[in-house]
Structure formats: structure tokens, C-alpha cells
Design a binder for this molecule. Structure first.
Ligand code: PLP
Length: 387
């Protein structure tokens, strides 16, 4: 009898079905209050740049590293906004989103059995990426009592001789925590003392609230040489489907990354790169009103949660609210199922990024009114019925 299992690698078997089923059939009345996809659109000039690129027949491979103009614009941005200087010829790689950037990074760093450590709850893809490579993501628990800010002593305790790097997401998905300069300096000090690299995922850098400030790891003293910065156009510029991101890293690391990038993509999508170039080289004042709207939604969420006396992690950055649903007595998974069935609301279970998120759900600020208002109303009724 034909058996597919016979042909699948052990790795494929171990990851079989981990993503769950994705349904493409919209369910009437269902409101997704957990989605990580922004509901905004970039300004017309971004579309025009891509249309122009198409009209100019820009349909061939670009340089593996990305079009030089885009790399130069990214290097300019990293210097002027983030205080980190990179050579656009040799230290910037344009990728198909941060997702490819992360995979390329871990392919470059991990041998089977190697470990990367990360504060947890964490972005769920990290563990799969490491597992695909036969490596291991070691989650280091952060706690609600400290607003999910990492205790560097816990991070240090997780270091073994197999540890290759620390992954830091700042601002954080799913907890919304923004790391202070002091905390970043402590992590940097740890990396230097243990001679580790830091993979700094900064894709939510523009989303900060209440005076919290995003600081780039590579800009800290003596961190440039041991930091791999990952960033993306997906979230900041609301173009998740365009699949455009980048890596900034010292030349020696970048050279080692190229074969992996080439093996998967050869180069990032050409048309999209021109869209990214337009974003980088035009004024970005259009983003401020979007951020204001996210902040408005954030306040709506916080007001509802306060009213319901439901605790949550302080949403300092990104566009997530990490809600403590322990007062309902349900687990994260059970709550998500219950909310879907009884209130037609979709959330992400806090456990998607590791066991440290048990008892929490991730709500996202990516839904506009009136859906958001209706969703919040349903959420309030749901919680009142459960508590
Ligand atoms: C922390 C984090 N890193 C990376 C990604 C992947 O982003 P991209 O769309 O740029 O591949 C996501 C997407 O949700 C994310 O939340």
C-alpha cells in the first residue's frame, strides 16, 4: 500500500500539522480580533511605484542582495533613525519579509543540536525555524508581574555550551512589551560576557505608545559586531502580502547568509522592492495618523478590560494587547474555542508562543470600527458570562 510517511523526512513528520488548518472560507459574522495583519493601506505613491516598475518591465531577478537603491535607502534609514551604520553594498540583505530573514539567520547560525534562547512568550515561528534546522529554541519565561520584561538572570541561567544566540523581539509580539534602554544594556552585557550573538527582531519598531521608545540593539556600545538586525515593511507600512524585509549585519555574517537566501529566494520580489524604495525615499508623515488610530483602539481595549476588571499586560508597543483570561477559569486554548463558538470572536491563544503565555490571549489592534466596537461589545458580554 502507498504510504506517504515512508517518503517524508523525520523533520517533516515531526512538524506535520503543527500549523493547524487554515480555512479560506470566510465564516459570516465572525470577527477576528487577534489577527496580526494591519487593516491600513499605504499611500497611492507606493502603488504607483510598483505599477511603474511593472510598466518598466522590472520583472527580472535583481541583485541577490536587493536593488542597490533600496539597500542604500535602508542603510540611510538605519543610520539616521536607528544610529547604526551599515555599508549598503555588503551589510544589507533585502529579504522576502522578516520570516525569510529569520530563517536565513538561523540557517546561518545553527548546527543540529544548537540552541537559541529567547524571552517567552515569543513569536511562534522561532521555535519552528529552529526545529526545522534540528536546533532548539529555548524559551525563557517572562511573567505578568513584571509586564513580561525579561529577567536577565533567567536568560543567563538558560545559556549552555550549545547556545549560539539570543533572539530579542522589541517591541514584543505577543506581549506588547517595549524593552527599556537599561534592560537592553543588560542583555547586551550578557551577550558580550558569554560571547553570544543577538538576533534583534525590530519589525514593530514604529509602534510605541505612552512615551516608550524603541532602541536598536546594534546602536548600543560594542553591539554592532554581534547583532543581526531583522526588520520588515510588513507591519510598519501595512504591506504584509508584499513580502519585503531586510537583514542588517556585519559583512562576515552577511557573506555566510547569502547562500541560504539564494537557495530559498534568489532575490526578493522585484516589483515589491520598488514599492519599498518609494516608501523609504518619500516623507513618512502618513504613518502618524495610523499610529494614532492604533492608539485609539488600544485605549478602547484598555477601557473595556478595566471595566471588566480583567488584567492585561501594559501594551507599550507593537499592536497587541495580551489579556489575562485566568479569571474566567479557562485555559488559553479553551477560551479561544469558547469565544469562537459563543461570541463569534477570534483570538490567538497566549500559548502559541510557548507555555509562558498560558492563561492569556492575544488581542490585536488591527480591526477598525464598527467591527471593533461590535467585537468589544461581544467580548464584554462573553466575559461577564464567564466571571
Ligand atoms: C515578531 C515577528 N517577526 C517576524 C514576523 C514575520 O513578518 P514578515 O511579514 O515580515 O515576514 C512577524 C509576523 O507576524 C512577527 O510578529
Amino acid at each position: 500500500m502507498f504510504s506517504m510517511e515512508k517518503y517524508l523526512s523525520k523533520r517533516a513528520m515531526s512538524l506535520y500539522g503543527v500549523l493547524g488548518k487554515q480555512t479560506s472560507v470566510p465564516i459570516p459574522g465572525l470577527i477576528n480580533l487577534g489577527s496580526g495583519t494591519p487593516d491600513f493601506s499605504p499611500p497611492p505613491f507606493v502603488y504607483e511605484a510598483m505599477q511603474q516598475a511593472l510598466s518598466n518591465n522590472q520583472i527580472r531577478y535583481t541583485s541577490w542582495r536587493g536593488i542597490p537603491e533600496l539597500r542604500a535607502a535602508i542603510a540611510d534609514k538605519l543610520l539616521s533613525e536607528n544610529g547604526a551604520r551599515y555599508n549598503s553594498e555588503s551589510e544589507i540583505l533585502v529579504t522576502s519579509g522578516a520570516q525569510e530573514a529569520l530563517m536565513v539567520t538561523l540557517m546561518t547560525l545553527l548546527d543540529p543540536g544548537d540552541e537559541v534562547i529567547t524571552p517567552s512568550p515569543h513569536y511562534d515561528e522561532y521555535s519552528r525555524d529552529a526545529a526545522i534546522l534540528g536546533g532548539k529554541l529555548v524559551p525563557v519565561t517572562t511573567r505578568p508581574e513584571t509586564n513580561f520584561t525579561i529577567d536577565v538572570a533567567d536568560l543567563e541561567a538558560a545559556i549552555t555550551e550549545r547556545t549560539r544566540a539570543i533572539i530579542v523581539v522589541n517591541p514584543n509580539n505577543p506581549t506588547g512589551t517595549v524593552l527599556s534602554q537599561q534592560k537592553l544594556l543588560e542583555i547586551a552585557d550578557l551577550a558580550k560576557r558569554h560571547d553570544l550573538l543577538v538576533v534583534s527582531d525590530e519589525i514593530y519598531e514604529y509602534y510605541t505608545y505612552d512615551g516608550h521608545r524603541h532602541i536598536t540593539m546594534a546602536s548600543l556600545p560594542n553591539m554592532w559586531e554581534r547583532t543581526i538586525t531583522i526588520n520588515s515593511f510588513s507591519k510598519s507600512f501595512a504591506i504584509t502580502g508584499m513580502r519585503l524585509g531586510y537583514i542588517a549585519a556585519p559583512e562576515s555574517i552577511m557573506e555566510a547568509m547569502l547562500p541560504f537566501h539564494h537557495a530559498m529566494m534568489i532575490c526578493a520580489n522585484t516589483i515589491t522592492q520598488y514599492g519599498g524604495l518609494a516608501i523609504m525615499t518619500n516623507p513618512r508623515d502618513w504613518f502618524a495618523p495610523q499610529l494614532q488610530e492604533y492608539d485609539r483602539r488600544r485605549h478602547l481595549w484598555m477601557e473595556s478590560l478595566n471595566e471588566l476588571a480583567l488584567p492585561y499586560s501594559q501594551p507599550q508597543g507593537a499592536y497587541y494587547v495580551f489579556v489575562d483570561i485566568r479569571p474566567t477559569g479557562l485555559s488559553s486554548a479553551a477560551f479561544v474555542e469558547y469565544a469562537r463558538e459563543h461570541a463569534k470572536l477570534v483570538f490567538q491563544p497566549g500559548t502559541i508562543g510557548g507555555g509562558a503565555g498560558e492563561g492569556f490571549i492575544r488581542a490585536a489592534l488591527t480591526r477598525s470600527s464598527p467591527d471593533l466596537d461590535l467585537g468589544l461589545e461581544r467580548f464584554r458580554i462573553l466575559i461577564r458570562g464567564l466571571t
